[in-house]
Design a protein around this ligand. Sequence first.
Ligand SMILES: [Zn+2]
Length: 281
Amino acid sequence: MAANDWQELARGVYALATGVSTGLIVSDGQAVVVDSLWSPSDAREILAYLEMSHPEAQVKWVVNTHSHWDHTFGNQAFAAPVVAQRRVYEAMVTNLSGPWSPAGLDRMRQEMANAHNLEGVQVVLPSVLFYDQLDLVVGRRTVHLAHFGGHTPGSSIVFLQEEGIIFAGDDLVVGRYPFMHQASVEEWLGALRELQAMKPKIVVPGHGPIVTGSDISREIAKFRQYFEQTMEGVERLMAEGRTKEEAMGSPSFPKYWEQGYERLHQANIGRVWDELAAKKR
Ligand SMILES: [Zn+2]
């Protein structure tokens, strides 16, 4: 990660899309950070870039598009309140007595040691919560937050209407399988419909390169197709009386991406199975 990895999407609107994405929206000496990266040391790179590009600006808010650690563990680097959807907060609180307990954090620190420096990580919870939507006024700009669900129950997007820029969090990732561990496929399809209906000009996905113009519809369609074909495949195998394990091992599901195929794709089939089975009960 280096200063020249940042892209200026519009005047005062920046994104860094290397591994996991982050955004900076600056106006009149105030700034909003969209997702705080994997660790406080990664997050300090956001501050360093702000200091370089707008030395006068102060971070007023940090937004978390969802609860996952790769988007939230940098929160502590900022002397600003964290804003998130209510269910993002709830998920993070729940994690404090599970994967983010002191023992859990120790484990993560060791497991991630080669990739991320989680020394001294302290979970900073959101302290400003919204339900459906919230507008943040930063300088002369309005930053619109909207709850979509999908990737996680609390997943939200950040929208700059004037410029047609959306920070999609992990409701859209580019070039890899969606991570559906806490996802609702039905909600996610709805989120993609809403995303498309907003007619964005630029979308910053939670992971993967920034997309513009007609590539946006193409990426959204690819995700939608993935969900629809996975649902159809699961429905068919259910009707044939197969088990969830058989479905997860079935080669009949189309392969969309190479990366993470075995692990993510199979887990996704299982997740869709559970969701459809719960509906039939
Ligand atoms: Zn993520």
